[in-house]
Design a protein around this ligand. Structure first.
Ligand SMILES: *Cc1c(COP(=O)(O)O)cnc(C)c1O
Length: 381
């Protein structure tokens, strides 16, 4: 849709023309479960809101435009979106995922879907040879997350897609951390893009949502069938909130990234910080790849605090502006101690995270205030 228009313009307009019935400039919240039919089976494209709803259709069309895909599908959460993608698989089939995949995705693959006959392997995807070795004849899906969570490794979508396609597997990219402003995986050969719209797309920490974007008609038909058959759809108000967030996505992402770059540089020079992870730092191991693949380095920064778990927990408990909370991607800054919060479910598994790790979702407050807050928290640790 509107090919040729720039991202910022598409974010404001695509999928959201003035309401044909009233001229309302903003897509109305069609808070209805069902639709009057003119005669049995004769309707205006909407029958029942699990199957389709005009507010959701606007969001789905906007999401497709942002990812430069043909079709977008909205879900009630990021996990509902990822679950919908797994309905493309049959029992006995196999998934390859990164070894620092989102904790909820790990839990879904291992603790839920293994009971239904799916198998999953977790590998360091910065090493193509390890991905190659993990792919089996039953591998149907290679799931990529980049930047990864919480260590912000950058994975080469184009190279991994070539490798996966050569072995007959589909390539799914969870694009939550970069947002469509920062990276468009379909351009690099991905078959499916998924999002937790709870994060940067919604952008205001006030909604839970998910999305799937594809180009292929066969994948769209199957996903659309399962969206309706399984039913994990978002309500119209939640769709409206995500649409509202999307309009300012580019402004927010530029500010998140500028603040994150300054915070990363500050942390890199702090004596109590052993290591900083931010793809925009020239010293990041995959910085060159990030610069090629991403159009914005996003607002997530992780670091390892010297002194391990107790020191990291002390920093995370001492910030005044950075709120101690799970999640990311909202306008307000958040701080997370992954080992005891977002990644606690990995404890005791081979994927367990370093207890000294602190993850920051850098918001759009004034950067001087953010750095001053980290400075006083580190002084106390
Ligand atoms: C939050 C998140 C999810 C899950 O999304 P929900 O909206 O919480 O269900 C999946 N992947 C990544 C990378 C996430 O950050």
């Amino acid at each position: 849709m509107n090919a040729g228009r720039r991202f910022e313009t598409r974010a404001v307009h695509d999928g959201q023309p003035p309401d044909p019935a009233t001229g309302a400039v903003i897509v109305p919240i069609y808070q209805t479960s069902t639709y009057a039919q003119e005669a049995p089976g004769r309707h205006r494209g909407y029958e029942y809101s699990r199957t389709g709803n005009p507010t959701r259709a606007a969001l789905e069309s906007s999401l497709a435009s942002l990812e430069e895909g043909a079709h977008g599908l909205a879900f009630a959460s990021g996990m509902a979106a990822i679950t919908a993608v797994t309905y493309l698989l049959n029992p006995g089939e196999h998934v390859v995922a990164p070894d620092d995949v989102y904790g909820g995705t790990y839990r879904l693959l291992v603790r839920v879907l293994e009971r239904y006959g799916l198998q999953a392997s977790f590998v360091d995807m910065t090493d193509a040879a390890k991905v190659e070795a993990a792919i089996r004849s039953q591998t149907r899906l290679v799931l990529i997350e980049t930047p990864t969570n919480p260590c912000l490794k950058i994975l080469d979508i184009e190279a991994l897609a070539a490798l996966a396609h050569a072995r007959g597997a589909l390539v799914v990219v969870d694009n939550t951390f970069a947002s469509p402003y920062g990276q468009q995986p379909l351009r690099w050969g991905a078959d499916v893009v998924v999002h937790s719209t709870t994060k940067y797309l919604g952008g205001h920490s006030d909604v839970i949502g998910g999305a799937v974007i594809v180009n292929r008609e066969d994948l769209h038909a199957s996903l659309r069938f399962h969206q309706n058959a399984v039913g994990g759809v978002p309500g119209p108000f939640d769709c409206w909130l995500v649409l509202r967030g999307i309009k300012t996505l580019s402004l927010r992402m530029r500010e998140h990234a500028a603040n994150a770059a300054a915070v990363a540089a500050y942390l890199a020079g702090h004596p109590k910080i052993a290591q900083v992870f931010y793809p925009g730092l020239p010293g990041h191991p995959q910085h060159a790849l990030a610069a090629r693949q991403m159009t914005c380095f996003s607002g997530m920064v992780s670091c390892i605090v010297r002194g391990g778990g107790p020191a990291a927990a002390a920093v995370a408990s001492s910030t005044l502006l950075f709120t101690l909370a799970e999640s990311l991607g909202g306008v307000e800054s958040l701080i997370d101690h992954p080992a005891s919060m977002t990644h606690a479910s990995l404890a005791g598994s081979p994927l367990q995270v370093d207890a000294g790790l602190v993850r920051l979702s850098v918001g759009i407050e004034h950067v001087d205030d953010l750095i001053a807050d980290l400075d006083q928290a580190l002084a106390r640790a």
